[in-house]
Design a protein around this ligand. Sequence first.
Ligand code: XMP
Length: 491
Amino acid sequence: MKESVSDFKVGLTFDDVLLVPKFSDVKSRKDADIRTRFSRRIELGIPIASANMDTVTESAMAIALARLGGIGVIHRFLSVEEEVAEVLKVKRSEGVLIEDPITLGPDRTVREAWGLIRERDIGGIVIVDRARRVLGLLTRRDITLEDDLERKVKEVMTPRKDLITAPKGVTLDEAKKTLHANKIEKLPIIDRAGNLVGLITSKDIMKRRQFPSATKDSKGRLRVAAAVGVKGDHMERSRKLLEAGADALVVDIAHGHSVYAIDTVKEIRKELGDVEIVAGNVATAKGALDLVKAGADAVKVGVGSGSICVTRVVTGSGVPQLTAIIESAKGAADSDVPIIGDGGIRNPGDVTKALAAGASSVMIGSLFAGTEESPGPTILRDGVRYKLTRGMASLAATVDRRVREVRSSGPKEDDLIEEIIEENVPEGVEGLIPYKGRADEVVKQLVGGLRSGMSYSGAHTLAELRKNAEFMRITSAGHKESLPHDIQKVV
Ligand code: XMP
């Protein structure tokens, strides 16, 4: 024992405190400006990211979050090819000009076309020859009623002579007019030689209108981040994810204040240059500072704070999340590196508290795991719908990961599972979470609570929220009073 009990630091979390109401001239919740940064160069319309967990973020969640102004981090418990494919799905989902449209040769079959349409979730394919000269366009409509799946696509496509195209350099307005005038949905863009250089679709133009504050890159594509580890294939993975268009790499390790995380950040910076690197997780000022010094563009904060974590119970290590955020923000204060408060968000008020404490955004796992866009099916139990959520260090996730790693060449699966069960000390759990509908419903609640919370703190912006914040520590009686009490709850 190094110090006496009275010298112990106190760690607090969200439920231990309240924000003291301040004079406010914020007239409407809508006046609260919640724009922020995810990392040094990635701006967000809302301060919310979805966690890199295999029950939370693949392309569907990342697309939903980016449309709303947040960002999703694709988890890394996939093969390199699979993770790249998830990034590509996001990047291809609604750039107004798709620069690298999906194509097929003229002699491929309708069956192959269907495979591609389903796999990539697209409405049509441009048919090109080997030199990428446009030969035609094949849409879902052309093959919906086609019985002969072995027919060649050139026999069922709209051929080049009947196809409406636009020249390279066409403006968005011109493209819109052409789509509208010809009542078509897809406009291949070709150069002088007739080669395919892009595709503009009416669906993407519509979405642009529907989601005006979406998180987009300079080419109008949705932004997405992708997680990488610190060992094995992490450099190859990083390279391929960036080639696919990932906007940030998230170096994902449970104990991020470690030589592994620091060396990986340095290695990525040295090998891959000026890319956006998020690193974590840490829970102290020194942890955040060391990652900043290593070259991180954002620091992810949270050790044992997640709803599915048992790290603190198993290892005895961790810092309550509010204190972790305050301390880490202090550590990064002399840089312009934002802090991401990762884990432990249960209520909208927790988002306000995390941002008031110094986080620039929050990362959310289990709250999103219950939504439509999370990977995996819904489960019906006693008439109630659930989805599964699990810690990435849970036994089930570890078994899945190891089985995947050795599937082709390693020992028999049964032996392997037995070995893992014997050796593994899980630091996460698995559980069911009630189905919550679409992610935008959850986001609406979180953002509504935050805006209202900002008004209580007299804050027009998140910077003002942080400046005005006065936390008051409360007792368990105070916390009890904060919850609905002395009534029979109806809903
Ligand atoms: P919430 O509370 O939003 O937290 O579900 C999500 C975060 O929890 C972390 N995480 C884990 N932590 N053991 C841990 O100690 C695990 O198995 C585990 N899996 C996820 C992670 O930081 C995530 O973003």
